[in-house]
Design a protein around this ligand. Sequence first.
Ligand SMILES: *Cc1c(COP(=O)(O)O)cnc(C)c1O
Length: 364
Amino acid sequence: MINIAKPLMGAEEKQAVLDVLDSGMIACGNVVSEFEKEFASYLGIEYCTATTSGTTALEVGLRALGIGKGDTVITTPFSFIASTNSIIYTGATPVFAEIDPDTFLIDPTSIEKALEEHPEAKVLLIVHLFGLACEMDAIMEIVRKHGLLLIEDCAQAHGAEWKGKKAGTFGDAGCFSFYPTKNMTTSEGGAVVTHNAETARRCRLLINHGMEIRYHHDEIGYNYRMTNICGAIGRCQLKKLDGFNQSRRAHAAYLSEHIVNPLVETPVEPDEAKHVYHQYTVKVALGQRDAFLKHLEANGVGYGVFYPLSIPEQKCYAEMGFQTEWPVTDTIKQQVVSLPVHPGLSDEEVAEVARVVNSFKGEA
Ligand SMILES: *Cc1c(COP(=O)(O)O)cnc(C)c1O
């Protein structure tokens, strides 16, 4: 079986964790501070606050920017649920904009339309889905024109670029996840990055019960602190991130060159973007996906369907009154299949994935 994801833990990570255990300082401390500095420096941004997950990073990023009850946030209907849940946690109201059928990313034209219908919206939360940066030229123009706050969900985009600039450094806050299946991991973990000192100060307060002076709580915060154990893993993984991404890109390039099946469309990578292939997501001809998944299973190729439902139609939001019909998303969600490209694959395994995809003949 060729797995869809596999975290790569080396001797470095093991030793780093043992060192933390031996130090006795196993909660949040110096190791996390070092990780934060190194991650910020990797991205080329001033501030980084590590958190317990990508979800809490998004919540903290939004709250640090003052977003809450009464605010409207425009976001994508096609992502992991955390992108929208984080908006809801703050008390703000999500509204959606359609995606582009080729990139699966939020469509700038649809953002403009959402702004016409919701002129009160002052926040945009974009997701650099599958490792591909959104169309940042068009998006930054909209942000400037309408004076929006911009939050980037970079949970799948560590090291992704648009015109040489890293995802997470365009907006007011960039939020990362270090879950084991992501491009790099800390086990569970996350981070908020920002250019703004005040936003960073607010993030720091929020993850630590609103406390700057010990046991003086200036606002209601959380315990969302990363542990030194996670930070130690993160420091090792960060050193390997570019190598991991290079490997993902090489596997993706191989698949895109070798997959020749009229029923399967390979992913696009715009010239301006450096895709880091958190997922290598193909589009299967409408009506053929179930047969395709069976074919993969029968031939030992792992896969993922990200995502089978749009966010607004999720059962948990049934009472929210969201617009649930999104024609592009509703088509794409029936076509997408993510194939293995993670750095743990051998060349033979990648070649096998291409062979198995090519041998799919479709169902009459
Ligand atoms: C993984 C993910 C998150 C949430 O990260 P966790 O660390 O699992 O909380 C948020 N948004 C997207 C797009 C993700 O893929």
